[in-house]
Design a protein around this ligand. Sequence first.
Ligand code: WTA
Length: 650
Amino acid sequence: MSQDSNSTKQRTYAPSQEFASQANATADLYTQAEEQGEEFWANQARDLLSWSTPFNSVLDWSNPPFAKWFEDGKLNAAYNAVDRHVEAGNGDRVALHFEGEPGDSKSYTYSELKDEVSKAANAMESLGVSKGDRVAVYMPMIAEAVITMLACARIGAIHSVVFGGFSADALRSRIDDGEAKLVVTADGSYRRGKPTQLKPAVDEALSKGGKSVKHVLVVKRNGSDVPFENGRDVWWHEALEAASTEHTPSEQGAEDPLFILYTSGTTGKPKGILHTTGGYLTQAAYTHKNVFDLKPETDVYWCTADVGWVTGHTYIAYGPLLNGATQVIYEGTPDSPHRGRFWEIVQKYGVTILYTSPTAIRTMMKWGEEIPAEFDLSSLRLLGTVGEAINPEAWTWFRKYIGAEKCPIVDTWWQTETGAIMISPLPGVTETKPGSAQIPLPGIAVDVVDDAGTSLPNETDGFLVVRKPWPSMLRTIWGDDDRFVNTYWAQFGDKYFAGDGAKRDADGDVWILGRVDDVMNVSGHRLSTPEIESALVSHPSVAEAAVVGAADETTGQAVFAFVILSDHATTEARDETELSEEIRAHVGKEISPIAKPKKVLIVPELPKTRSGKIMRRLLKDVAEDRPVGDVSTLADQTVMQQIVDSLGTK
Ligand code: WTA
């Protein structure tokens, strides 16, 4: 079923009758949300979660932008994600199918997950962790990562997951900012067929900081030989073996913190985004149920994200489990040991719902449709994407070669800060348009405004804002209320500023136009321009650096770094290719391999205005191979020509 939309002349895809007739969401949800206002969210909170103390207060917005949702209610996140399914007689349902990169696998039923989470909670308590303490989680994509997050939630400890690909230094700064008491990690993992190590990065982080850390709990994943500090370090298997499977979940206030997750901002210092319990869980469960059309008895859901990102929090650790789903988690990369690995996993587990990134789809497109064609993908019934805009070509490819032209696709826009999906089609309801995230979910008030905060008509580029508080909104930046207010609320007063440009098309559908601040989006990962620049200048050969995100066919954007060499490096006159490579590797080590510039270009000067501000726009023209734009505001108008000439000769 498809038709041309008159106004945009773009092909749209209407939901099939078959899908619509069984869908969880109906068009009525928009009407209900409109009519009920805040009560709509109260109804979701009551229907989708179990409260040990019911709430009376719905939203307290008396001190904006500090929202409180369901404040007088009490509940426990782990009880909601695990125990209540066992109590309801679904203990034998599989909660997690873990698939290791080397091909080992292990499934956990909800009963088994309850035992593991309880043992981990007891073990952590015996290591001195209690309610309100911070626990840093630095782990590969293994079941123990999810178990650790839920064990923290069970105690009321606040988890702070740090992506396993981050450097020791990035880990140290996050441990220190949150003053974590415990670090949970693994000896290592597997990457492209080889064992890798994680624990040494924890040791390095703790040798340079981490004075708050009392213990390190270490999962044995690949058995590699890692240093172990007796007294401080504890093996996970030994601690859990000694622990009881009985554990009473702590009763949490709805506004008690659930987790901190660091994300890149417009300065070098990452922001610790704080999420609390009741509102976050409500929107996690609501969006997971309606956007993914989850049927817990029959679906097998797979989100390919890593728990180190917010997607892995809301749509692996919380949303699916709150709704009693059976889900797959996968440790490795899509091309290990072969390029059909994703599709082999879909076939093996009979995955019905697949949530992944546009970058992954574009990569698979490059590899060719013959690869997925070798596998049985007929179990799939819904596809989703997140993290960056999906170009219509990738969307159509995904629908055709993975979704057999029948699966609805949900392009979901949201952020670490929003906690859960905000803009997305509703499967079975929305007629989709490739490339557009469509319209805000029922209950969410999104707008596109100009720089004065005035709502813009359709077909005009502006800034994406959220007009009303929503349950899973961030509550603050950990330890920095001022930065929270200044970053998100200073621009437009009473509206939340997302940092994204957007427009509505003639039909009123939202198109996300990318970041309007110093944040780049590479393969759906947020990277901060100043953070990479400071990593670059920390290399002894670099005097000055400017970084831009240039359009890239596969990764959406790619990092291009322009550097001026220090005097001594200029005198040394080393081979520039070799030096560029060394500088790239340095950024990889300082931040993470994902932050490594695609290119480091050595240039004689950087384009600056008279007040000394670097004009990155002009560098972007160079990186994207376009004629350089207007140079009239540069202090030295010959600089761009010098740059172009210097690159031309290389
Ligand atoms: C971008 C990831 C276009 C956007 C959940 C946002 C998207 C940032 C989409 C948040 C989408 C996310 N279409 N752009 N469907 N989803 N983005 O915090 O720029 O890692 O601000 O959260 O990713 O990235 P974050």
